[in-house]
Design a protein around this ligand. Structure first.
Ligand code: FAD
Length: 465
């Protein structure tokens, strides 16, 4: 049997939010009937890991009014929500400041993709498969898919997104899939027996998702949260007001001086009766430039000493979500442990956990289920994706600064092992974190997707060949 070959001008690898946004922009901007292939294993586009949850308790952690897929139409998601998901008839201001259900965001992206396909002159073919390898053949990229099929395209964008870190414990491989769940197995977590004792490893946003699902289910068993810092995401302020200071002052400073100044701004804000969150919101649009202006040593210091504090201040949750987790903590049903997981052992249908506590000593727990919520794998060399492994092994790409993601140039062009820019090959989203630091959330993805779509269209124009 012959395996199919898909010929395209542009191939988009990954159909999560970033890949779908790139497809929408390319369809909208194309001025000739070119062919775009989007490769995505999942049946539904626009979901990836973040928006694949059908659970209403899983909400966006960015207000509706900041989630438009289009830089030049900032109210587009708000308009979608007004039209489709505003049964209470909230005024635009209140709806825009709210945190929508994440499943509605996937619906939004699919709706905009349908519209772009209907009016665009270019043609989009969706191939439900997984890319495993890439090589350059003359002027084209040849992408090999898991089925054995291939895609030939002049321009390719890697939008492969987030991959989960494996459970960091000896013996993890001895646990059955029903004993050890990934935090992104939303349906399986929602079906856990309510009397199960559960240990969640990791204390970030995925932990919050898991805890909310357990709570909605009326969970009665113990919930242990174990992480190295035991810091949980902080809440957004009730009102979104950026603090009034000039972020330009930060650029000339070292990391230590910057953190000190930010703490001072937060204290000043509190003294004026304002929320500290306004300080983070003030620098949010400048985070990429701030990261890039740090020396490589200061970037390393940040990664060693400040990253977890940064994460809980920057990646916040809706105030009511924060309160719900706080209530479980207050009742004692949720117990927080600061330490490093060492080993897991299945014993008589239960799981024995051992962790080294931060304050010294060993934590020993017996639970029924473990949920791995250790977050997104950012180190390229540790990524389990066969495609990323192939790109690194063949020198098609190299890890980014500090080994994080892939190294890329200004518009996301992938840099090869010999230091040259790969023609027509781009990366976006989490693969660019090493270079940009802030490269995960929609406000960055939409801008990257549009830029990459423009660059790919330029690269495949007949005059460019
Ligand atoms: C739980 C969670 C909640 C979040 N909430 C928000 C939020 O509220 N607001 C916000 O702005 N950001 C949020 N984020 C950040 C989030 O990362 C982005 O908004 C967005 O989901 C990233 O999209 P992506 O397409 O880059 O990656 P992903 O969502 O990971 O999608 C990548 C896609 O690529 C596919 N893929 C992977 N490898 C291959 C391959 N080899 N071949 C073909 N396809 C492949 C995958 O199947 C997947 O569909 C959240 C992230 C997580 C994890």
């Amino acid at each position: 049997m012959t395996t199919p070959t898909h010929s395209a001008d542009i191939a988009i690898i990954g159909g999560g939010a970033a890949g779908v946004m790139t497809a929408i922009h390319a369809l909208r901007l194309a001025d000739s009937p070119l062919r775009i292939v989007l490769v995505e294993p999942a049946a539904k586009l626009g979901e990836g890991v973040a928006y694949a949850t059908a659970a209403p308790e899983h909400r966006l952690n960015v207000p509706v009014r900041r989630m438009s897929a289009f830089v030049d139409q900032p109210d587009d998601f708000l308009d979608f929500m007004r039209q489709h998901h505003n049964p209470g008839g909230l005024p635009a201001a209140a709806l825009g400041d709210g945190y929508a259900q994440r499943r509605h965001y996937a619906q939004y992206l699919r709706a905009r993709l349908r519209q772009a396909r209907a009016v665009g002159i270019a043609r989009l073919e969706v191939v439900h498969d997984r890319a495993t390898a890439m090589t350059r053949e003359r002027d084209d990229w040849r992408v090999t898919l898991a089925s054995g099929a291939t895609v030939h395209a002049r321009g390719v964008v890697l939008a492969v997104g987030n991959s989960l870190r494996p459970l960091p414990a000896r013996g993890a491989e001895a646990l059955s899939p029903s004993q050890c769940l990934e935090a992104w197995q939303y349906d399986a977590i929602a079906r856990l027996p309510t009397d199960a004792d559960v240990a969640i490893i990791g204390a970030g946003l995925s932990m919050v998702d898991a805890v909310l699902s357990l709570q909605v289910n009326g969970h009665r068993g113990a919930i242990h949260v174990l992480s190295r810092h035991a810091l949980m995401p902080l809440p957004h302020a009730d009102r979104h007001v950026a603090a009034a200071f000039d972020p330009a002052d930060l650029f000339a400073l070292s990391l230590r001086q910057r953190l000190k100044l930010l703490r001072r701004h937060a204290d000043d804000a509190r003294a004026r009766g304002e929320a500290w969150q306004g300080v983070i919101d003030r620098i949010r649009p400048h985070v990429q430039a701030l990261w890039q202006s740090l020396s490589i040593d200061d970037q390393s210091r940040f990664l060693r000493h400040a990253v977890r504090q940064w994460d809980v201040h920057r990646h916040r949750v809706a105030p009511d979500v924060h309160a719900a987790v706080g209530a479980l903590l207050g009742s004692g049903q949720l117990q927080r442990h600061r330490g490093r997981l060492q080993a897991v052992t299945p014993i008589g249908g239960r799981i024995h956990l051992e962790a080294t506590l931060a304050g010294g000593g060993t934590l020993r727990l017996d639970v029924d289920r473990v949920i791995n919520a250790t977050g997104v794998e950012t180190l390229a060399a540790s990524m389990r994706s066969p495609l990323v492994r192939d790109l690194l092994a063949t020198g098609t790409a190299v890890p980014g600064p500090h080994g994080i993601g892939l190294d890329t140039a200004g518009d996301g062009e992938v840099i090869a092992a010999d230091g040259t820019v790969q023609p027509g090959l781009f990366a976006l989203g989490s693969l660019r974190i090493g270079r940009l630091w802030e490269s995960l959330a929609v406000p960055e993805l939409r801008a990257q997707a549009e830029t990459v779509a423009r660059r790919l269209l330029d690269a495949v124009r007949p005059s460019a060949q």
